[in-house]
Design a protein around this ligand. Structure first.
Ligand code: FAD
Length: 294
């Protein structure tokens, strides 16, 4: 039962950070915080971050091939889903992942920063952000720090945040020829994922894999990168046998649980299928060079 006695609405980052003391929780869209008691244990005051100007999507360098994309933490899933900039980068993979986060009314208020800070293994933008090598910028009483998203998660609903605010998420636009894809398996497309996967493939001039990123969600205490599978693909042609082996290695990396959505065994098996589909779709979106691979 929520026992909130004060609701703060800071208008500057400095003011917001000063409010982050024990007993207070950050609220963005509130779609996790208001329904999941684990986020409000011992909380009596809320700090609303939607008035801080943290809803934006920017490309820092207008030469897209070398640019960095910056997303404010309070950008809603609706804004991510409908961003023409994001639709034009890496096959629109982040916009597509955001489009599967709940129903339209959830996406109107749910933020990408909230999805990251909730740190649920099933969070739908998390695997895509991992595949894009995203970084997170945090602001707290001791100042600013930046780290790779892969170092941010500690366990289910646990992160490195220490009375800090996630301010911004960034990633570099993948160099072409490259392609990325998100593949979600849920009861319906809008349901919480049973398993989700994301893949990014960057090819060299011969069509070999120069860089591979494969991430899987809802199959371990945190969303995870399949490092062995990535290493296996690097330097190889992404033909069917190699993609199949990478999918098998992804399955070998997971440690799922059984819950009301699926058994651990089912999750493990479909991880292979989801990883393969994400890899095949990523390859298909690489453009003409991928033909050399098959
Ligand atoms: C019906 C329903 C369906 C859903 N379906 C999906 C789905 O399909 N896929 C999916 O991934 N999620 C789903 N969710 C979960 C939720 O909508 C997302 O995780 C959402 O992105 C959370 O964002 P929010 O802004 O609402 O976060 P909030 O609920 O406001 O916050 C969540 C947590 O993060 C903290 N927090 C938020 N922002 C920051 C910040 N900038 N800095 C520091 N801490 C912060 C809060 O203190 C809290 O602990 C669903 C939720 C509901 C209710």
């Amino acid at each position: 039962m929520l026992n909130i006695t004060h609701y703060h609405r800071p208008t500057t980052l400095k003011e917001a950070v000063a409010l982050l003391v024990p007993g207070r929780a950050v609220i963005a869209g509130g779609t996790d915080l208001m329904v999941n008691p684990r986020y409000t244990q011992g909380v009596t005051e809320l700090v609303d971050i939607t008035g801080l100007g943290l809803a934006y999507i920017r490309l820092a360098d207008c030469r897209k091939a070398t640019g960095w994309v910056y997303l404010g933490a309070a950008t809603t899933m609706y804004e991510v889903q409908n961003s023409t900039l994001l639709a034009s980068i890496a096959g629109g993979v982040l916009a597509k992942a955001a489009a599967t986060c709940g129903s339209p009314n959830i996406r109107n208020v749910a933020t990408i920063g909230g999805n990251v800070c909730s740190a649920l293994p099933s969070g739908d933008t998390l695997t895509t952000l991992l595949a894009l090598d995203a970084r997170v910028a945090l602001q707290g009483p001791l100042g600013h720090r930046e780290l790779p998203l892969s170092d941010f998660f500690l366990g289910p609903a646990r992160t490195v945040l220490q009375q800090e605010l996630l301010v911004e998420i960034s990633f570099q636009v993948p160099h072409p020829p490259s392609g990325a894809a998100f593949y979600k398996l849920g009861r319906t497309e809008e349901d919480i994922s049973i398993v989700n996967t994301a893949a990014l493939l960057c090819l060299d001039s011969q069509g070999r894999v120069a860089k591979a990123r494969i991430a899987a969600g809802a199959v371990a205490p945190t969303p995870l990168r399949a490092l062995q599978a990535e290493e296996f693909l690097t330097g190889k042609f992404p033909g069917p046998d190699n993609l199949n082996e990478a999918a098998r290695l992804t399955m070998a990396a997971v440690s799922p649980i059984t819950d009301q959505r699926a058994t651990a065994d089912y999750r493990r098996k479909v991880t292979r299928v989801c990883a393969l589909r994400a890899l095949e779709q990523a390859l298909a979106s690489c453009g003409p060079l991928n033909q050399a691979a098959i």
